[in-house]
Design a binder for this molecule. Structure first.
Ligand code: G3H
Ligand code: 13P
Ligand code: ZN
Length: 330
């Protein structure tokens, strides 16, 4: 049993309290490899932003759970070495069982999500309560979820979304004791969040997706004053990245994300954590495709992973400064 505090990590309680008071959101970026972790930490140190490092079940399967845990421990030292100690939480993203949450807590995670959103309400309450009871013994914070997000990823998939029912949130939070709540207000996982026919076009012909359901968010805020809310599926799917990918041999169709203004607005509300993974995947893929297309003779991975890491870092800095408002808050 390793306690996260011994690793220099923090849980999300203090982070969210400050984010709520300061009207910004803490970035939650997923990582699966060293270049992603380097980009996240260097971007957050340079912008003096707190950060939540997210590890999904898919990431554990891909990279090995022990290796990822040691990498997060290394991230704390790396931050110091870069000259500024930012608050870093290590979070299990979309935990789907008590055992997975317990295993993560036991190996040094400071925060876990138990995602029972696809379960019948009472089962979601029961499994979430069980995780909270275990986690709180070690001062590990827990994120629960009500409402289902659409989208398909390696380990997260749902065909149809169901908005969060505000009338359930008080009961869920009081019965489970969760520290934060992910809600479904129109975001979704992956790079194809909206079908083109769901969107309108502006004067320049750019597709504008339907707005998020801020009315649901406001109703949740009224029922849970001062309680930290989480938004999953919050990539913006920058069109210049999609164009670069497609220009250099990719074939991404109808890739549409959440407009940045919508996320800026959400970050000023009770939304204290915004999850972004797909945009990082797009940034890396665009940079690698471009580099390899322009340098067909290169076979040293550092040569193409280096620019990909740099592109990722710039993307994260932009999010912290211009979208989430977390820059300067560490
Ligand atoms: O919400 C899911 C995250 O983007 C993680 O995706 O399960 O493919 O690692 P993954
Ligand atoms: P995106 O697919 O929009 O990046 O969402 C990531 C996420 O919600 C991770 O939990
Ligand atoms: Zn998610």
């Amino acid at each position: 049993m390793i306690n996260y505090k011994a690793l220099g990590l923090v849980n999300t309680r203090e982070m969210f309290k400050k984010a709520m008071e300061g009207g910004y959101a803490v970035p939650a970026y997923n990582f699966n490899n060293m270049e992603q972790l380097q980009a996240i930490i260097s971007a957050c140190v340079e912008t003096k932003s707190p950060v939540i490092l997210q590890v999904s079940k898919g990431a554990r399967n891909y990279a090995n759970k022990t290796l990822l845990r040691y990498m997060a421990e290394g991230a704390v030292q790396y931050s110091k070495e870069l000259g500024y100690q930012i608050p870093i939480a290590l979070h299990l993203d979309h935990g789907d069982s008590f055992e997975l949450c317990k295993d993560s807590i036991d190996m040094g995670f400071s925060s876990v999500m138990i995602d029972g959103s696809h379960l019948p309400y009472e089962e979601n309450v029961a499994i979430t309560r069980k995780v909270v009871e275990y986690a709180h013994q070690f001062d590990v914070t827990v994120e629960g979820e009500l409402g289902v997000l659409a989208g398909i990823e390696d380990e997260v998939s749902a065909e149809k979304s169901t908005y969060t029912r505000p009338e359930e949130v008080e009961d869920f939070v009081s019965k489970t004791g969760v520290d934060s709540l992910a809600i479904s207000i129109g975001t979704s996982h992956g790079a194809n969040k909206f079908k083109p026919e769901m969107c309108t076009r502006n004067e320049e012909g750019i597709l504008i997706p339907p707005p998020l359901r801020f009315d649901i968010l406001e109703e949740v805020e009224k029922r849970l004053p001062g309680f930290p809310i989480v938004l999953h599926g919050s990539s913006s799917v920058p069109q210049h990245l999609v164009k670069t990918i497609n220009k250099y041999g990719g074939n991404l169709k109808d890739a549409i994300g959440i407009p940045e203004e919508q996320l800026r607005k959400a970050a000023k509300s009770a939304v204290c954590k915004i999850n972004i993974d797909s945009d990082g995947r797009l940034a890396m893929t665009a940079a690698i495709r471009k580099y390899l297309a322009e340098h067909p003779d290169v076979f040293d991975p550092r040569k193409y992973l280096g620019p990909a890491r740099e592109a990722l870092k710039e993307l994260y800095k932009h999010k912290n400064i211009n979208v989430l408002g977390s820059a300067g808050k560490a």
